[in-house]
Design a protein around this ligand. Structure first.
Ligand SMILES: [Zn+2]
Ligand SMILES: [Zn+2]
Length: 490
């Protein structure tokens, strides 16, 4: 039932608002974006039509979130300055309250407007700052950036002029809490939203309004503009850059224009692009491969990262650093206790000691990426180690990402991916093969001693990262790990 309405100032058709929280709406008849004012309806201009992706919600969709029924009233798409877009939804619950649900990079969050007053100006806030949001507790700024209102559908709870920029802060807080601060209308008005991270499955969509108008993702092959070879169909509909498998040219996935050329790979990846495998209960597809390096104390160290994609679960990384494999998962900044800095940080009950800080640079890329990846791209990276676990921060000025990389055995990893494991490094296999060659097939005492000493060393390493005494433990390798580029969980 409409709560307010009037005639469209452009076409005269009736415009009805279904929620008291809605201030603006796209006219169903002419597509003009109109705003409620004291005098009636004003025209704000025209948005591009929303081009939904396969994970998009559609205006009119119904579901339940935390046991409360809702309907999707509006859909807003913003363009990020680093490339790519994120999507916001205006949800009206059956009890009349409303929420703002956002998704980017496969991460979802639900936040609600609060009465918090935010005194600081956007320019006075830095990534990594700790901010108190009243009763909601202390939050950490993960991103301070801006978005351009690109397209919209349905009803929205604030005034968003087509093409206008909105500065925002993206924050993480205690116990999975998330917050956003929107600086609207030339930064004068600040809207403070607080909520939590959710999974798309938490929305329990029931009544879906027909099929989402999925944007045209190239399913047929397209030709590389550099070499004429067939570029493979995209695996991730959000991919912005795709690399030609024949000539290594980097192309814009929308326009197919060649962005950059690069040399051939040093070595072909152990894990072929397109490989699928189940890790931590999610069926991932390997869509990208990056070789990165950094210079530490005059020496250049190289490592490799594989980008994993799943429609609902987002992105993860497999990192290979000098024969050690790790699985990288994003970590909320608020979950990292920075009090022991600069010597280390705490995460959960563990102390991670600073292992190195460097500038990590992208040397080579293959596959497809959700950000505008560029060879030569640099981020400030810091690694903190607790035994074989590595917690990394990467900072680009407007954004700081934390990634936890947990070791995974090569055998488990490659068996999950349905691939033969790479050959065992000679350094590990040789002594055992020699020592184990006794005729009766039993394992000689010398081997047990070696194993026992190794286990003891591991235990010591784990133990020491449990306190602030500080030890970098046995963490092998030098590379920074994890997520870089792109943008945080807006
Ligand atoms: Zn109209
Ligand atoms: Zn090519």
């Amino acid at each position: 039932m409409p709560v307010a309405g009037g005639k469209c100032p452009n076409c005269g058709a009736p415009v009805e608002f279904r929620s008291g929280s809605s201030l603006t709406k796209v006219c169903d008849h002419c597509g003009q974006f109109v705003v409620r004012t004291d005098r009636g309806l004003d025209n704000l201009g025209r948005f591009a039509d929303v081009a939904a992706t396969e994970h998009s919600l559609v205006r009119g969709d119904r579901g339940t979130l935390g046991g409360r029924g809702f309907e999707v009233l509006g859909h807003l798409v913003l363009r990020h300055p680093m490339g790519g877009t994120w999507e916001d939804y205006h949800l009206r619950f059956d009890d009349g309250s409303w929420s703002w649900v956002s998704t980017a990079q496969g991460r979802w969050q639900e936040v609600a407007i609060t009465r918090e007053r935010f005194a600081r100006s956007f320019d006075a806030v830095r990534v990594g700052d700790h901010l108190h949001l009243g009763a909601y507790g202390e939050f950490v700024v993960e991103e301070a950036s801006s978005g351009t209102f690109a397209s919209a559908a349905g009803e929205l709870p604030f005034v968003a002029r087509p093409g206008e920029k909105m500065a925002f802060l993206d924050l993480s807080g205690p116990d999975g809490a998330r917050a956003s601060v929107h600086f609207v209308g030339g930064h004068d008005a600040r809207m403070v939203f607080v909520g939590r991270a959710i999974a798309r499955a938490d929305l329990h969509l029931e009544g879906r309004v027909g099929d989402a108008p999925v944007q045209a993702v190239a399913t047929a092959s397209i030709k590389c503009r550099n070499c004429g070879g067939d570029l493979p169909a995209r695996l991730d509909p959000n991919a912005l850059h795709v690399v030609c498998p024949y000539c290594n040219a980097i192309a814009d996935s929308a326009t197919h224009a060649i962005i950059a050329q690069q040399d051939a790979a040093r070595a072909s990846p152990w894990i072929p692009l397109g490989t699928q495998g189940t890790l931590q209960g999610v069926r991932w597809t390997v869509i990208g491969y990056v070789e990165r390096s950094s210079v530490i104390e005059g020496e250049r160290f190289r490592w490799k990262e594989y980008l994993l994609y799943h429609r609902d679960a987002g992105y993860r990384w497999i990192i290979e650093d000098e024969g050690v494999w790790r699985l990288g998962t994003p970590v909320a900044a608020a979950d990292v206790d920075a009090a022991p800095l600069p010597r280390g940080v705490r995460y959960g009950q563990y102390y991670f000691a600073l292992r190195n800080g460097s500038e990590a640079v992208v040397d080579r890329v293959l596959g497809e990426f959700y950000w505008r990846v560029a060879v030569g791209e640099r981020v400030a990276a810091r690694d903190y180690a607790c035994g074989p676990r590595v917690l990394s921060s990467e900072e680009s000025g407007t954004e700081r990402n934390w990634t936890l990389a947990d070791p995974i055995s090569e055998r488990d990893l490659f068996s999950a991916l349905g691939l033969p494991a790479p050959s065992v490094p000679a350094a590990y296999s040789a002594p055992f093969r020699d020592a184990g060659s006794s005729s009766d097939g039993s394992i000689p005492t010398a081997v047990w001693v070696v194993v026992a000493v190794f286990v003891l060393m591991l235990l010591v390493a784990y133990d020491s990262c449990d306190s602030d005494s500080g030890s970098s433990g046995l963490g092998g390798g030098h590379g920074s790990v994890g997520v870089f580029g792109g943008f945080g969980g807006k």
